[in-house]
Design a binder for this molecule. Structure first.
Ligand code: ZN
Length: 250
């Protein structure tokens, strides 16, 4: 590390758990962020400012005026610009060291599999079940840890599904696909702006812990936050031995 890097990352380097070795791991790491909206904005910003070496941003959408209430990387000038372009530009202005890969399109199962197998950690910052299940399949297939976040109205969720560990559940163990869960979208239901930052930041924290190998991750646990009551709750997530996605994994 040169002097500028020592200064830039000094507040992490000061932590016993995150010394120069962890910083070197961040610099060598590849993170995949799928969805560059309310969750993906703060998550990507924290990974970028921490010096994660390569950050791949996936989102087909353009920045819209309704995004600016909570998507903290974007400004008025970005309206109409692809989110991945606007986000990468902003992230590079904060930290020019990481490589920012932009994928400005919807990705199918094959592309997700390729993207996941080329990542050390995947952050699911999307807002629909079909994409969440596709990302989960890609992560189980590639044996890459998945940090999943969700936020709607005042309710947030974060979980880690670590496919490297045979005992860890996957997203499908928790949310089966046949269960006709009602799709809830920010566009119709609304979302409390600070909530997405809280959930996205928590996702970034789990990703940095996974990359550096410190602490205990949320693998096997689902963390629920009720922003109206300001209360956190935790649920154990068991592995489903009959899971259609991960059962034949071991
Ligand atoms: Zn499973």
């Amino acid at each position: 590390m040169d002097d500028t890097q020592l200064l830039r990352y000094s507040r992490h380097l000061l932590l016993n758990e995150l010394g120069p070795d962890a910083q070197a791991r961040f610099a060598a790491a590849r993170a995949l962020v799928v969805g560059v909206g309310g969750l993906g904005n703060p998550a990507a910003q924290l990974l970028a400012s921490a010096g994660v070496g390569r950050i791949t941003l996936v989102d087909a959408d353009l920045v819209d005026l309704t995004n600016l209430q909570r998507q903290i990387l974007f400004a008025m000038d970005d309206v109409g610009t692809p989110k991945v372009e606007a986000a990468a530009r902003r992230l590079a202005s904060i930290n020019p060291e990481p490589v920012y890969v932009r994928v400005a399109k919807r990705v199918g199962p094959d592309e997700l599999a390729a993207l996941a197998s080329d990542a050390d950690v995947v952050l699911d910052c999307t807002d629909n079940f079909a994409t969440r299940h596709a990302i989960n399949r890609a992560c189980v297939g590639a044996r890459v840890p998945l940090v999943s976040g969700a936020a709607i109205r005042f309710d947030g969720q974060v979980a880690v599904f670590d496919a490297r560990d045979a005992d860890s559940p996957c997203y499908h163990c928790l949310f089966g696909e046949g269960e006709e869960l009602e799709e809830t979208r920010c566009a119709t239901m609304g979302v409390f702006a600070p909530l997405v930052a809280i959930v996205g930041a928590t996702q970034a924290g789990e990703a940095l812990k996974i990359l550096s190998g410190i602490g205990a991750t949320l693998a096997g646990r689902l963390l629920l936050y009720d922003a109206l009551r300001a209360s956190w709750r935790e649920m154990k997530v068991p592995r489903d031995p009959a899971c259609a996605v991960c059962a034949d994994r071991r």
